[in-house]
Design a protein around this ligand. Structure first.
Ligand SMILES: [Zn+2]
Length: 164
């Protein structure tokens, strides 16, 4: 994680989040995936503790590949108008200049596409989807907003959905 991104406790409702500790420029890579990855079959064989952690913090990072993140990246909250984007499948960059104390967010639907997910969202952005699901990648306005700035498994799923 970029050294100028820190964890802060927000509130009992919002828990923790990631924040910039100084101004950071647009397009700066802020995170690279280094944790090991697991197939869903491998996750099913792990301890209760592991699977509980995965249930809260896990995310999809490839075709039948998942991360159970150990670093502070796990505290990144969702926004329907995130200030980050995917560069390939393993790097997250800033989509805009971020000011000191601004929260760093990403759109959970950009990578979580295969495991059932339904989450109420009150991110407050103009384009808030209100309910976030693992099928949001099928929405054309969403596809338009993210363009190619998605991990490869999501780009492939979009392509497949257009052929069907
Ligand atoms: Zn939202």
């Amino acid at each position: 994680m970029h050294p100028s991104i820190v964890v802060k406790y927000m509130s009992s409702i919002h828990g923790k989040g990631l924040f910039a500790s100084e101004n950071i420029e647009k397009n700066t890579p802020i995170w690279k995936m280094t944790d090991r990855v697991y197939t869903i079959e491998e996750i099913d064989r792990q301890s209760d503790e592991f699977r509980e952690h995965f249930g809260i913090y896990g995310f999809q990072c490839g075709e039948n590949l998942f991360s159970n993140p150990q670093g502070i990246c796990k505290y990144a909250n969702h926004s329907c108008d995130p200030n980050t984007y995917w560069k390939g499948s393993t790097i997250i960059c800033l989509a805009k200049d971020v000011a000191k104390d601004e929260e760093i967010t990403y759109d959970y639907s950009t990578c979580d596409i295969d495991i059932e997910m339904t989450m109420k969202c009150q991110c407050g952005s103009k384009n808030c989807r209100n309910t976030i699901t693992n099928k949001d990648y099928l929405i054309s306005s969403w596809q338009h907003m993210h363009g190619q700035r998605l991990p490869s498994h999501t780009l492939k799923a979009i392509k497949l959905s257009r052929m069907n």
